[in-house]
Design a protein around this ligand. Sequence first.
Ligand code: GLN
Length: 546
Amino acid sequence: MPVKYVFVTGGVVSGLGKGITAASLGRLLKARGYHVTMQKFDPYINIDPGTMNPVQHGEVFVTEDGVETDLDLGHYERFIDENLTKNSNVTTGKVYWTVLTKERRGDFGGGTVQVIPHITDEIKSRFHRSGEQTASGVSDCLHSDDMEIAIIEVGGTVGDIESQPFLEAIRQFQHDVGHENAILIHVTLVPYLKVSEELKTKPTQASVKDLQGMGIQPDIIVCRSELPLDDGIRSKIAQFCNVPKNHVLQNLDVEVLYELPLVMEQEHLAEVACESLRIPCPQPDLSEWSSMIESWKHPQKQVTVALVGKYISLHDAYISVVEALKHGGVANHASVSIRWVDSEEVNDGNAAEIFDGVNGILVPGGFGSRGIEGKISAIRWARTHGIPFLGLCLGMQMAIVEFARDVVGYSDAHTAELDPDTGHPVIHLMPDQNGVEDIGGTLRLGSYPCVLDKNSRAYALYGQETIHERHRHRYEVNNDYRQALTENGMKLSGISPDGRIVEMIELPEHPWFVATQAHPEFKSRPNRPHPLFAGFIEAALKNQDK
Ligand code: GLN
């Protein structure tokens, strides 16, 4: 299938919502029948964000095929409703790693290895390719379902030293395949100056000049601004930046994130993109998406759930969990308010006060000991007070520790991750993790199957016996304790098909207490809310009614 490319760069400042803009275009093109895929090229030197601190970098998103990626890939998947792959997130680290491995093997035959052409060639080789990719001749395509569009975002801001090889690769690539097959959208800031009461275009002009200085001419300029752009501003940007006036688009703040595709449709984003790519622009089918936004904007109820974590100073550290909770709300015609609870602040003495007015408690994934006893106290409060509880990964592990301590009676029970000398390691290292020394990329990652007990809440929610969820962990339930847990009333509701790994648990005696070793939040989509999150919010609403 022929592929057309849309590169997306950012100007002036970071944090402009470039990823969301790119993802919105993806949704708009998909609504027109095009096959859409997305990639993110991150200029930092880490191989992947897997080892980066979530407070600095936000959540680590995991793909089906088990790669730790930038959180923007989560937005991409949620907007375009397609699973991405290991090729979807490329970093400078990965590019250099490959080139240096080839150099050590002697692949360059004695040549000097340089940024141009070796690094730029490696970058270009990672731009999405379809099976029968032929960039030339794609303009003949008449049916959108015969064509694939790859939207490729470059992380960081134009002008950063580390993004230069990526921009150079784009320049060369446009030259190789023809500009009409590889266009560029520049997302930039048009700030409003209160004192002079005007929108300023100079920063945008300057960042477009940076691009032009590298031999790149943007095709479309998307301006983030607090106020609408008037005709004069659009003309000015068009004139200074060398683009037609109807290619200068505004991108205002939206109430609901997922509304952006609809707002950008009003701005004709997809139309000007198709025009630049010289492909047809059929009428989009956005009916399902629009009705989803409608019910999102007019909830019939409201419910509050607590999210108990240690990275709460940066809400982006839990972005997929937050989005999945909101999707679960939409499934129940409810809006979900999140009470952010710092796990370091919680203890058995103050739980009543901290969780007052909360109808559900969620403990997400995590690593390390900080705030761990607070998570256990939060779980204890949920278990003993009949408050709906959803535990994800570390959240499930801690639910088992809490249960082993308080119900089974092993007061020193713990996970071997945080207390290697505990007398009751109810959570321990998986056998395949023994002896693993590198911390990067060595977790159990990606999609794994799980078989559900037909007589479980999980089965009722998923509606099927074998499910697949994405994982990112090193520790698992210690099978020596299965009997003690079940004899005391815990149901091991989901087990790996080979019987080795406990994947899900629940407490049948509790109104709604479900936990999973996986990260179901990665698979929730606004138009297809995840059953566990929908079930959790439904239970929280019931708790509220009581
Ligand atoms: N730290 C735990 C483990 O490695 C849980 C990981 C997680 O929550 N993602 O098993």
